[in-house]
Design a binder for this molecule. Structure first.
Ligand code: HPA
Length: 271
């Protein structure tokens, strides 16, 4: 996906919308219904957009929802691309490049994650403070496109401190208990073993999931401010004496979605 292809995708989208979005929203597994609350919405299926990959996972709609949410112009991704689906890191992060091309400078990234911190409970929300990239890959590998960003981008404030404060305040206002911690990103699609979860905890991770990190790296390369929120859909492998299932993950996201959406909307309004 080169610079010109990104421009083509951007032009296609721009032709369909009246106002330019200012914030991006990447909605994780089971959390996509927030896109249905966007007003004056223009839905654009991924399959219609030049050079966009197509989403394959159940529960992922695979479209952009562009319009107004909480008085802000947003471009929401209802469904994202996962590395475990076989997409390259560049494909996974193409929508972030399109956001960049559209001039979006803030992005909220959300995901379903397993809780590694034993103080967490299932159904809780976690503000991502920082991440550990365990994908063994990076979307910026290859010749650097200087028009996108610098060769060696800084990741010190990968999750923007100001936006984190805004989210914490929003959680307070809503009386939502918001955990805070480090997200470890893994390729999946198999869940982790209990030994891997113990390792992850030793390394400083509080939650684990199969997304987010590629998009956050590219957003930082693009100079965007990032906010990340995990929905703790299950305790990670080995913490409870039971198996992990995708059904549990879906069940919990459905249950928590309302609270999650309130938090995202209230944060968005104030950022
Ligand atoms: N591990 C990895 N990814 C996940 C998990 C998990 O426990 N829960 C939801 N996504």
């Amino acid at each position: 996906m080169n610079f010109d292809q990104i421009q083509e995708a951007k032009n296609f989208i721009e032709d369909k919308i009246e106002k330019t979005p200012e914030a991006g929203l990447i909605l994780g597994s089971g959390l996509g219904s927030l896109a249905e609350e966007v007003d004056n919405v223009e839905y654009i299926p991924y399959k219609d957009i030049p050079h966009f990959p197509e989403s394959t996972v159940k529960g992922h709609k695979g479209r952009l929802a562009i319009g107004t949410l909480e008085g802000k112009q947003v471009m929401a991704m209802q469904g994202r691309f996962h590395y475990y689906e076989g997409y390259s890191m560049k494909e996974v992060t193409l929508p972030v490049r399109v956001m960049q091309a559209l001039g979006i400078d803030k992005v909220i990234v959300t995901n379903a994650a397993g809780g590694i911190d034993k103080n967490f409970s299932v159904g809780g929300l976690m503000l991502i403070q920082d991440h550990i990239n365990f994908f063994g890959d990076n979307p910026l590998i290859g010749k650097n496109e200087d028009r996108f960003g610098t060769r060696f981008p800084d990741m010190t404030y990968a999750y923007n401190p100001e936006l984190r404060e805004v989210a914490k305040k929003a959680a307070d206002q809503l009386s939502i208990n918001l955990y805070e911690g480090v997200y470890m990103g893994v390729p999946g699609p198999s869940y982790e073993t209990p030994a891997e979860i113990n390792m992850a905890r030793t390394l400083g991770a509080s939650s684990v999931g199969m997304s987010t990190i590629p998009e956050v790296i590219v957003a930082n390369h693009a100079g965007m401010k990032v906010l990340g929120i995990s929905c703790i859909t299950n305790m990670a492998a080995g913490i409870l004496d039971k198996r992990l299932t995708h059904e549990e993950v879906q069940e919990v996201t459905t249950r928590v979605k309302e609270e999650f959406q309130q938090l995202v909307k209230t944060t968005l309004k104030q950022m």
